[in-house]
Write a protein that binds this ligand. Structure first.
Ligand SMILES: NC(=O)C1=CN([C@@H]2O[C@H](COP(=O)(O)OP(=O)(O)OC[C@H]3O[C@@H](n4cnc5c(N)ncnc54)[C@H](OP(=O)(O)O)[C@@H]3O)[C@@H](O)[C@H]2O)C=CC1
Ligand SMILES: O=C(O)[C@@H]1CCC=N1
Length: 281
C-alpha cells in the first residue's frame, strides 16, 4: 500500500469524463479547481443539465465530443451507475487509443466485467474516490489491472492526487471494502451530523441552533483531525474528562452494542452490496 499526497495536475493529454453526476461532477470540479487546463477536459453525459452544460462550456470544457474529435484520450473516467456499465462501455471504447487508460469509479464492477465490455480490453484501473474530491479533500483507493503501464499508473495517480490522497491496493477484492469505508463513508459522517442535530433537538435545543452546533462540531473535529498528528483515539481522550459528560456519552456509544459493531455491520453491508453490483441484473 502506498499513500501519495496531492500535487499539481498535468494529465499530459485529454481526459474524458463519462458521466458527470454527483461523483463525476465532483471529480471534474476538483480537477478544474486543481488547475486542469479545461481544454484537456471532455465530458460525455447526455443527461447534463442546461446550467451545468453552460457553466462547463463557459469554462472551456468540451461537451459531448464525437469519437473522431477525441480518439486517443489519455484517460477515460467512467462515472456512470454500475448498472449502466454494459451499455456505456462499448461506446467508451471508441474514445480509447493504444495509450489510453480507462479509470472506472463504478462500485462493484470488476476488471473482468469491465474488460469484457471493452472490445479492445486494455489498461483499466478500478478507483474508488469520494465526494470530498470536489473540495480537494478526497481519498481514493485504486487497483491497477495487469495491462496498466507504469506511465499510465502515474497518470492515474496525478489525476486522482489532484483531488485528494491516493492509496493503491494490490488486491482487487479490497476495492469493495474501500468502497464500504471511504467511498460511502462521507454519507455516514453526514448522517452523524443529522443524528447529532436531532439528538440536540430532543435535548431541548431549537432546531437551528442544534443543526449549527452539530455541523460545526463535525467540521471542527474533521479539521482538528486533519491538522493534528495525534491518532483519533487520543483526540477523543482529550475531550473526555474523567467521570465527566463525554465519558457518560461514550459509555453509550462504546457499549457492547454501540457504534463499533454498528459501523462494522454498516461497512460489511456496503462491501457485500459492492460485490453484488458486480453481478449483472
Ligand atoms: N456518489 C458517490 O459518492 C460515489 C459514487 N461512485 C460511483 O460513481 C458512479 C456514479 O455515481 P453517482 O455520481 O452517484 O451517480 P449519478 O447518477 O449522479 O451520475 C451518473 C451520471 O451518468 C449519467 N449518464 C447516464 N447514462 C449515461 C451515458 N450513457 N453516458 C454518459 N453519462 C451517462 C447520468 O445522467 P442521468 O442522471 O441523466 O441518468 C448521471 O449524470 C457510480 O458507479 C458509483 O458507484 C463512487 C464513489 C463515490
Ligand atoms: O452508493 C454507492 O453505491 C456509491 C458508491 C460509493 C458511494 N456511492
Amino acid at each position: 500500500m502506498t499513500t501519495i499526497s496531492a500535487g499539481p495536475l498535468n494529465p499530459g493529454g485529454p481526459v474524458l469524463l463519462v458521466g458527470a453526476g454527483k461523483l463525476g461532477g465532483a471529480l471534474l470540479d476538483g480537477w478544474l479547481e486543481g488547475g486542469l487546463d479545461p481544454r484537456l477536459a471532455y465530458v460525455l453525459d447526455p443527461g447534463l443539465s442546461e446550467p451545468a452544460a453552460e457553466r462547463l462550456s463557459a469554462l472551456g470544457v468540451t461537451l459531448q465530443p464525437q469519437a473522431p474529435e477525441l480518439s486517443n484520450a489519455a484517460a477515460i473516467v467512467v462515472a456512470v451507475k454500475p448498472q449502466m456499465a454494459a451499455s456505456v462501455l462499448p461506446a467508451v471504447a471508441s474514445y480509447a487509443g493504444p495509450s489510453s487508460v480507462v479509470i472506472s469509479v463504478m462500485a462493484g464492477q470488476t476488471l473482468e466485467v469491465i474488460g469484457a465490455a471493452l472490445p479492445q480490453g486494455g489498461a483499466i484501473v478500478r478507483a474508488m474516490p469520494n465526494t470530498p474530491a470536489s473540495v480537494g479533500r478526497g481519498i481514493t483507493g485504486c487497483f491497477a489491472g495487469p495491462e496498466v503501464s507504469a506511465t499510465q499508473k502515474a497518470l492515474v495517480d496525478r489525476l486522482l492526487s489532484a483531488v485528494g490522497d491516493v492509496i493503491w491496493v494490490d488486491d482487487e477484492g479490497l476495492i469493495d471494502a474501500v468502497t464500504g469505508v471511504s467511498g460511502s463513508g462521507p454519507a455516514y459522517v453526514f448522517l452523524l451530523v443529522e443524528a447529532l442535530a436531532k439528538a440536540g433537538i430532543a435535548a431541548g435545543l431549537p432546531a437551528d441552533i442544534a443543526e449549527t452546533l452539530a455541523r460545526r462540531t463535525v467540521e471542527g473535529a474533521g479539521e482538528l483531525l486533519a491538522r493534528s498528528p495525534e491518532p483519533p483515539a487520543t483526540l477523543r481522550r482529550n475531550v473526555t474528562s474523567p467521570n465527566g459528560t463525554t465519558a457518560a456519552a461514550l459509555d453509550v456509544l462504546m457499549a457492547e452494542n454501540g457504534l463499533e459493531p454498528l459501523m462494522e455491520r454498516a461497512v460489511a453491508a456496503a462491501t457485500k452490496r459492492a460485490k453484488e453490483l458486480a453481478r449483472p441484473g
